[in-house]
Design a binder for this molecule. Structure first.
Ligand SMILES: [Zn+2]
Length: 102
């Protein structure tokens, strides 16, 4: 059994950006992150670890996936997707608390 089975293609080791001589290999470690004021731990989180200097980089796809899971509005505080458009919205009767300024 391979731990990389959840990937559609086999992860390819790449040159470390820190020491430029080692190779980053995919490992599954425990991911620590702060959610508000709670320390969250995610076991078996895909990360890239250098075999020379030990530099760790969490897999960016997995991180964004996790961020999305934890907070769908993360990174976009004012913009929201219109997932459920309401057919009977009367704009004149609704007051928006903050104007659209970007
Ligand atoms: Zn390295």
């Amino acid at each position: 059994m391979s731990e990389a089975q959840q990937y559609e293609h086999e992860p390819v080791p790449f040159t470390c950006t820190e020491c430029a001589s080692g190779l980053m290999h995919l490992r599954f470690i425990t991911y620590f992150t702060w959610l508000n004021e709670e320390l969250l731990t995610v076991p078996n989180f895909p990360s890239w670890i250098c075999d020379m200097c030990g530099r760790r980089e969490y897999d960016t796809k997995a991180v964004s996936w996790l961020t999305m899971l934890l907070d769908p509005n993360a990174g976009k505080p004012t913009q929201r997707k219109r997932v459920s458009p309401r057919p009977r919205v009367r704009p004149s009767s609704r007051r928006r608390p903050s104007p659209d300024q970007s």
